[in-house]
Design a protein around this ligand. Structure first.
Ligand code: MSP
Length: 519
């Protein structure tokens, strides 16, 4: 059986439209899925929409429609946007799906039966933005730090999940599993939260129906509905086919959750303990990325600078945007999205460096080697060609490690170093000059063979990041269905595997040069 790789994005609240923060996580998930598929894994990608809770009721009311109609509409909009930019999941979980509601109730019942749930009366300050009661440290001048709104004083009977009993267990688990929460700064942040428990405590997991009825009923008390985070996290089980799908255990053992840094606490504290209480193992990885700012400012509705994935597609082409976003953000850190930097990045790497290698290689094969991948000549193979082959092998190995460690920007940097090296070999050997003299024919063949071979290796390594362009590059060197059967790292390490004699095709520029915006 092939190893499994199960990856999730957060499920998105339907009170806002899809934006580039959502799209970035999805692009990372899509890249990882393609990478692991090329490594021979059975991959499974899940995304979805988070549809219950007060926040959604408020948003529906603001539109003057019922929550059900509202969530149907926005959830469909999320799906339509992902479709339009070519991002596809194996399962799209809506928290209003019947199988999901069943899972939430089954888990609640299980956790309740195991003695992890208790009814208490609660008096506190509630923030609808956060969908939870706040603690002192969440407040600044009487307002919620994240939502800048004044919380409401509320007194009600709530069911509590007795999370605090497992803080010691969780600390041990995190300490014993270095890759569980990554990058390390978020592991440290979680450990710091656990060290200073005053910000934590047990978790209120119910809302009285008298106040909120848009949610999943508690199976042991029909007068309450389930707290949205408890409901939402379980979508990761629903997405993996819990409880009956025979592939669920293997998927679950390989689970990787990709999240943004603002939702660290529910994922690294609530979720592992919820799973423990339900008798399930924690996910394998919780991988946390930073925030995108826009031209140096926070992205927010009030600044009217929320960027839609469709705007990105129209401006840069979605695949080029995806490349630039993955290249510009160091996974885990915040990054600034600037039009000028994206244009520069796309022009320098895609239009010039890669685009140039593709177009001159294929122009020259058309002119000098009869539109076919030429055979190399042993006598004309010198130190520069051997160095290129060695660099290719080194790149394959380091890309493998870097992607596995989520250093996507560094993996891309390495791949483009290889593209650069191939361009330099072309400049050095200048096959267009060598072709003027019949004695130069072996140089022409050898150089163009090395260039085609580099394109093959580069396209295999880059395919998880730039799937459409790489399929096209492979097709142009006579390997139209290579991505369906290719295996990493093996095929990329087989220097010389480009099919000699295969027809090459010039085609149009893969990535047009973009114009900078006028200031
Ligand atoms: N519904 C919850 C997640 C439940 S998962 C079981 C939620 N939804 S959200 O729609 O508000 O946010 C989803 C994701 O978008 C989060 O990972 C958040 O970090 C991410 N982002 C929101 N703004 C962002 C940026 N400006 N930049 C990058 N990611 C951002 O939270």
């Amino acid at each position: 059986m092939n190893p499994s790789y199960y990856v999730t994005t957060p499920i998105y609240y339907v009170n806002a439209e899809p934006h580039i923060g959502h799209a970035y996580t999805y692009c990372v998930a899509d890249t990882l899925t393609r990478f692991h598929r090329l490594r021979g894994c059975d991959v499974w990608l899940v995304t979805g929409t988070d549809e219950h809770g007060e926040k959604i009721v408020e948003a529906a009311a603001a539109r003057g429609i019922a929550p059900r109609a509202f969530t149907d509409e926005i959830s469909a909009q999320f799906r339509a946007v992902w479709d339009e930019v070519g991002l596809r999941a194996d399962r799209f979980v809506r928290t209003t799906d019947a199988d999901h509601a069943r899972n939430v109730q089954a888990i609640l019942q299980r956790v309740h039966d195991a003695g992890w749930i208790e009814l208490r009366s609660y008096d506190g300050l509630y923030c609808v933005g956060c969908e939870r009661f706040l603690t002192d440290r969440d407040l600044e001048n009487g307002r919620c730090r994240d939502h800048e709104r004044v919380p409401e004083a509320r007194r009600e009977s709530n069911y509590f999940f007795l999370m605090s009993r497992a803080f010691g267990w969780l600390r041990d688990h995190i300490e014993q599993s270095p890759g569980f929460i990554r990058p390390a700064r978020y592991r440290n942040e979680t450990l710091a939260m656990l060290r200073d428990e005053s910000g934590l405590g047990d978790l209120s997991i119910s809302r009285p129906k008298s106040r909120l009825d848009w949610g999943i009923e508690l199976p042991f008390d029909r007068d309450h509905v389930c707290y949205v985070w408890f409901d939402a996290l379980i979508s990761y089980l629903t997405g993996a086919g819990y409880p009956d799908d025979p592939t669920f255990p293997a998927r679950w053992a390989s689970a990787e959750h990709l999240i943004g840094k603002d939702i660290l606490k529910p994922h690294t504290i609530f979720w592992p303990i919820m799973l423990k209480a339900a008798g399930l193992a924690p996910p394998r990885h919780i991988s946390v990325h930073g925030y995108w700012n826009i031209e140096g400012r926070k992205m927010s509705k009030s600044l009217a600078n929320v960027l839609s994935p469709l705007t990105m597609r129209d401006r840069y082409g979605f695949e080029a945007f995806r490349y630039a976003a993955l290249r510009e953000m160091s996974f885990g850190l915040d990054a600034d999205l600037r039009d000028a930097s994206l244009v520069e990045r796309i022009n320098a790497d895609l239009a010039n460096n890669l685009g140039n290698l593709v177009s001159r290689t294929l122009n020259l094969t058309e002119r000098f080697t009869g539109g076919r991948v030429p055979a190399p000549d042993e006598g004309a193979t010198g130190e520069p060609e051997r160095e290129l082959a060695a660099l290719a092998a080194q790149t394959v190995t380091s890309v493998e490690t870097l992607v596995t460690d989520l250093e996507l920007h560094r993996a891309l940097e390495e791949i483009f170093r290889l593209v650069d090296a191939a361009n330099r070999l072309m400049d050095l050997r200048a096959p267009w000059k060598a072709a003027k003299d019949p004695a130069g024919e072996p140089i022409v063949r050898t150089t163009l063979h090395a260039a085609c071979e580099t394109l093959r290796v580069v396209a295999l390594l880059l395919a998880p990041f730039l799937p459409v362009a790489c399929a096209e590059i492979l097709a142009r060197i006579g390997l139209p269905s290579a991505l369906e059967t290719a295996r990493l790292p093996g095929d990329a390490l087989r220097w010389g595997a480009v099919p000699v004699g295969a027809p090459t095709r010039k085609g149009s520029p893969l990535f047009p040069r973009l114009e900078a915006r006028k200031p």
